[in-house]
Design a protein around this ligand. Sequence first.
Ligand SMILES: *Cc1c(COP(=O)(O)O)cnc(C)c1O
Length: 350
Amino acid sequence: MGQLIPLTPAELDELSDQFAWALSTRETPVIVPGEAILGIEAIAAGVAARGRTILNIVTGPYGEQFGDWLSRGGSHVVELRTPYDDVVAVAAVAEAIERHHPCAVAFVQAEAVTGGSNPTQALLDLARQNNLITIVDAVSAIGAEPVLMDEWAMDFVAVGAQKALSGSNGISAVGISARGWEFLSRNASAPRHSALSLLDLKRASGEAEPVPANIPVLEARAVIKAFHQIQTEGIASVNHRHQLAAASTLAGIKSLGLKAWQRQESACSPLVTTVRLRQGEPIIRQSRGILAPGDGELYGKLLRVNHFGSQASLKSVEKAIGTLAGLLNAAQPEVAIHAVRKVWLASNDS
Ligand SMILES: *Cc1c(COP(=O)(O)O)cnc(C)c1O
């Protein structure tokens, strides 16, 4: 067995630069020594406090969990919930801000479980007009759609490499603005000397600083490698590939007489396409390739087509639509495959 070579400060700097690049930020992201959900819980723990009213938008299960963590930290949580087949309306958020005067707003940019993407830029504009701290779970968005931390003025944004970036899930990052750091350090009940402490995870700068002992070495190297591939392809191309996968999947399901689970087609996420099931339509119990049953309460109501990462490809989408056609006993599966191909190839030429 080979000897494990410790991570060098240069490698950690590279990883940090890569996450900053993906977030289009000049800030130095916090490297979180675990999967993305740890960074999300750390944000909740760091911002929550008695006396702080936080507007939490719930469009899927991750948002619901986030609200529980905010409450645990003593915050007054105002929940704005949509049915899981819809995304949030900006007007509803404006109304909630006017009524409850929160100091911060939290939401999930793209929902992997429901296949919806929230109107992120508009929500962030609204938050900025009201001088609110913004907290965004962009784990499923990063790579599939733009996440422009500085331009859009995100204060806290959690990301991981394991969805659209085809990376590993063992290390992740939280981008934090100067305002965000101030909001954390002003919070006397933010955890310190804890795995949930962003203030402690913040890496001291300076060349002489050693690599913190909590960084998982192999995961760090795997994510650095995944980023090399993404940087070679270009983030805009990676986004485009996900858009094509979603558009061609939608064409395929429509050709099979099905429709999207999301009520508004414009809200369909480029990461995952969710397919609405009516009674009597096939329910798979286990994943078949990138075709998967609904999670939890969505089981039996929808199917997911997980066309993300390396699966955001024409081949993978064709295969998924072929599988679906088979499950439906479609008379002419090739018609649906043709519909997929037509959308993918037409957009690629333009
Ligand atoms: C996948 C996902 C997460 C959790 O990421 P893990 O690294 O698997 O913990 C959080 N939020 C959203 C929206 C996700 O899709």
